[in-house]
Design a protein around this ligand. Structure first.
Ligand code: NAP
Length: 302
């Protein structure tokens, strides 16, 4: 059984798979540990009363799967072919690996706004990860775009290390959990701009200011960083044409199973979930995928 991705879905599938007695290999993918590694503190994963650092949580999941014999390899699958019953996977465009069953747990990646000059400003002030890049803006003024859980978590995280945080929300309200909204309101250095959009990135070699277009007027705010938290795209590019997906590219599964339209291929975690997108759901679907893969492999007597 080969598992693609090493976030909570992939590592839980590995833990169950290896304990079922399957030879279990995980390819970590582009972002080992997945999106939880970009979160600071995870407060809603059951069992951790005081919360736990996202990176530590996925490291523990990996160590737990490895303890039972799962093999976690560096690399990403760039192509999958199926000949008769076997899958042939190309790793990083070179190495070929055969598998009787594949669990796709490649997750999703942060979206960008698509602003003019955004490409040029990536890594020069524009980022999608406050825990990765916030450090560079210590004591400075930054902005965050978005009104969801990610945006508010980023704003709260940045408010602790930056002088001031401008939170730019396109709607008249935020969609994030109430507890996060309360914390944002209570924060003394987060300024919320409702019904507003960032329309321009200003600066020569790096970002120095943004233009925020509100309902009635536009303002220019001097910032050293802009953190975009405007949702995610599923990491399914390499499977286009092979497996059924919805219009946004999320893999379709026959719920409650994790079966995809390709026999022997299962999908778990955010790559097949455009709605819940929680670590605990990803882990749970990884568990189901391991059951489904085991049943499939037994039925084929590999
Ligand atoms: P999300 O819930 O899809 O929110 C995206 C936000 O970005 C929305 O406020 C959306 O505005 C805004 N947006 C999208 N496109 C935009 C654009 N072009 N310009 C300006 N704003 C734009 O994404 P998310 O916050 O990344 O969360 C994804 C999932 O992960 C959710 O299910 C969330 O609950 C979960 N999550 C949970 C936690 C936690 O539990 N602690 C932490 C992080 C994420 P509109 O509201 O107007 O659409």
């Amino acid at each position: 059984m080969v598992i693609l991705g090493s976030g909570p879905a992939g590592m839980t599938a590995a833990l169950y798979g290896v304990r079922f007695g399957l030879k279990t290999v995980v390819y970590e993918g582009m972002q080992p540990g997945g999106q939880l590694t970009t979160t600071s503190k995870v407060e809603n994963y059951p069992g951790f009363v005081e919360g736990i650092d996202g990176g530590v949580l996925v490291d523990k999941m990996k160590a737990q799967a490895e303890r039972f014999g799962a093999e976690v390899r560096y690399g990403s699958v760039t192509k999958i072919e199926k000949t008769n019953a076997m899958f042939v996977l190309t790793i990083d465009g070179e190495e070929k690996v055969e598998a009787g069953s594949v669990i796709v747990a490649t997750g999703a990646s942060a979206k960008y706004l698509g602003l003019p000059r955004e490409e040029e400003m990536k890594g020069r002030g524009v980022s999608t990860c406050a825990t990765c890049d916030g450090f560079f803006h210590r004591g400075k003024v930054v902005a965050v775009v978005g009104g969801g859980d990610s945006a508010l978590e980023e704003a709260l995280y940045l408010s602790k290390i930056c002088k001031e945080v401008h939170l730019v929300v396109r709607k008249p309200y935020m969609r994030a959990a109430n507890i996060l909204q309360d914390r944002v309101r209570e924060s003394k250095n987060i300024i919320v701009h409702l019904e507003s959009n960032v329309t321009e990135l200003l600066g020569e070699m790096k970002l120095t200011a943004i233009k925020i277009q509100g309902k009635d007027e536009a303002i220019v705010v001097e910032v050293s960083g802009l953190f975009e938290a405007v949702g995610h795209n599923p990491n399914t590019e390499f499977l286009k044409g092979m497996v059924d997906m919805d219009a946004a590219g999320y893999i379709q599964v026959s719920s409650p199973s994790t079966r995809t339209s390709v026999e022997g291929m299962f999908a778990a975690g955010d790559v097949a979930d455009s709605h819940y997108q929680q670590g605990i759901n990803a882990a749970a679907s990884g568990c189901r995928a391991a059951f489904d893969a085991r049943d499939y492999l037994q039925s084929k007597s590999f």
